[in-house]
Design a protein around this ligand. Sequence first.
Ligand code: SAH
Length: 267
Amino acid sequence: MSLPETLARLDIQMPPFEPGHVWLAGAGPGHLAGLTLEVVSALGQADAIVYDALVDAAVLKAGPQAQAHYVGKRAGQPSASQTFINELIVKLAGENKRVLRLKGGDPNVFGRGGEEAAALTAAGIPFRFLPGVTSAFGALAAAGMPATLRGVNKAIILATGHGIDDQDHLDWASLARTGQPLVVYMGMSNLPIIAAGLRDGGLAATTPVAVIQGATTVKERLLISDLARVEADVRAAGIVPPALIVVGEIVLQRYALGSLMREVILP
Ligand code: SAH
């Protein structure tokens, strides 16, 4: 059965996108197949789509009626500032448009969805959050690593490797002492600080580490290493952002479960 036929059978009632409202939505980890139906429906109803670098621009084909506003990084140029983005979505909603603000992954997992919601609240503009699959879960699935597994872990820590400024670091040693696995977003430039902090907290040099680049996209690459070697291995392999760092025993589950997994290791 084709996708339209399957959707017709489901006969889902999608909430109407009202003019002058903003939907703060997540586009999933990368591949278009990771879009939720709610976001697909929003793409078809939007008058304006404000999207980031982590969003595959091919989603715009689902909303040809909408004006597209790109606010991510361009070659050599930084992203639009948060203030600019806040003002843009407020302005577009003020023009009575249906504004779809589309971010990679989930809008509220290191996605500043809350900051934009606060700006909308201050401007008196109604909004909704539309969740997306956060990249950690997309990447773990692609790499064949269960986020939680009975007998292995009782929690999974989603952390950012990048604070508000250079001094704003998480206490990696305390996180290490929880004994639970971590998935670190935006951690590549601080990898030495993160690895050293985790070792200070008692993690062995041999603790397994995976680095997953461009999960679910054509740029997907997976590196398996350990805490002592990861920095050198990342450099040697030329792994670049966007990438996630996974630390802990769940990494080894790839080998325990992986014999029937689709291979994602690229040269
Ligand atoms: N809101 C997003 C995260 C934005 S922060 C989410 O829920 O996924 C940006 C960071 O997310 C990147 O630096 C990287 O660490 C991670 N990331 C996003 N997409 C990714 C992908 N496809 N593969 C690997 N990491 C990704």
